[in-house]
Design a protein around this ligand. Structure first.
Ligand SMILES: Nc1ncnc2c1ncn2[C@@H]1O[C@H](COP(=O)(O)OP(=O)(O)OP(=O)(O)O)[C@@H](O)[C@H]1O
Length: 284
């Protein structure tokens, strides 16, 4: 079994928004970046996976098990990091351990101690006394101490400074080194994903626009620029989110559609941000 997470035709309907029969999977040993504009449905999808919201239809499997029927067994192997910890503010880090270890048979206090020490966190500190970076490290220490096999991250790095973010990325890379651990990483900081993600799932308006390897996505599109006279109307229709300015144009294009363009046009590599921005403009 190579997929640690598998969503098939998952649907969730709210009054004014729906997740529309989405399917994607996370392979064992890899980092999947989960991207999309505000309100695309990323947090909703994560909540569906964790059974914090009830889906209308479809199937969600973790480690080959149903996410509802086998919830208890699954939770042993999953760690979730949101942008803030879900521990009580007044707890100190020993209280956090007492509360969390009840839910995890494989809890290892020595590992918890080792990480607290490595991260410079004292057991006497209270959750409310931790900086954002320290809170993140605490959640990581907890995830490691119960030997989670899948880390689900929902915008965990938003408030971190570049140094703390870089440390966090290093941690993620070492986390998956053993080969049997995987990560689903939802973030708006796509440059972080360019550094460490193997796969990307791109969600927009509750629909999957792309799911596959990061390289496949980055190689599928490029930025195209040129002067007004370099393209005709038909060619312009193939350019996603085209921007016209007084001297020329700029947009995103599927590289398979480049044939036939004038050799005066300029093409550049697209970043994940470019892809999202132009697609959002182009509505495709
Ligand atoms: N409990 C709910 N009831 C009704 N609508 C909801 C509920 N939870 C989320 N939504 C709606 O679902 C849509 C998607 O929200 P969601 O938080 O999943 O997006 P997101 O991709 O995580 O966005 P962001 O990047 O801004 O965090 C939004 O329009 C939101 O208003």
């Amino acid at each position: 079994m190579n997929n640690v997470l598998e969503l098939s035709n998952v649907r969730k309907e709210f009054k004014e928004f729906s997740i529309k029969d989405i399917s994607f999977s996370v392979e064992k040993g890899y980092i999947m970046g989960f991207i999309g504009p505000n309100g695309a449905g990323k947090t909703t999808t994560i909540k569906l996976i964790l059974n914090m919201l009830k889906k209308n239809s479809g199937s969600i499997k973790l480690f080959g098990l149903d996410h509802i029927n086998d919830e208890e067994e699954i939770k042993e192997d999953v760690a979730v990091v949101f942008d803030k910890p879900y521990y009580l503010d007044d707890w100190n880090l020993s209280d956090v351990e007492r509360a969390v270890k009840m839910f995890h048979k494989r809890w290892d206090s020595r590992v918890y101690d080792k990480y607290l020490k490595e991260f410079g966190l004292s057991r006497e500190k209270k959750v409310k006394e931790l900086s954002k970076g320290m809170q993140m490290k605490l959640m990581i220490a907890v995830a490691f101490s119960h030997d989670a096999k899948l880390l689900i991250l929902d915008e965990p790095t938003g408030g971190l400074d570049p140094v703390a973010r870089d440390e966090f990325l290093d941690f993620l890379s070492s986390y998956i080194e053993e080969g049997d651990r995987s990560v689903l990483f939802s973030t708006h900081i796509t440059s972080d994903l360019e550094k460490i993600a193997d796969y990307i799932t791109y969600l927009r308006d509750g629909q999957i626009i792309f799911t596959g390897t990061k390289d496949e996505l980055l190689e599928k599109y490029c930025i195209i620029k040129g002067a007004k006279e370099d393209i005709n109307e038909e060619q312009a229709k193939n350019i996603i989110g085209i921007r016209h300015h007084h001297t020329g144009f700029e947009g995103l294009i599927d590289v398979s559609k480049l044939a036939g363009f004038s050799n005066k046009i300029i093409t550049d590599k697209a970043t994940l941000d470019d892809i999202m921005i132009f697609m959002n403009k182009g509505g495709k």
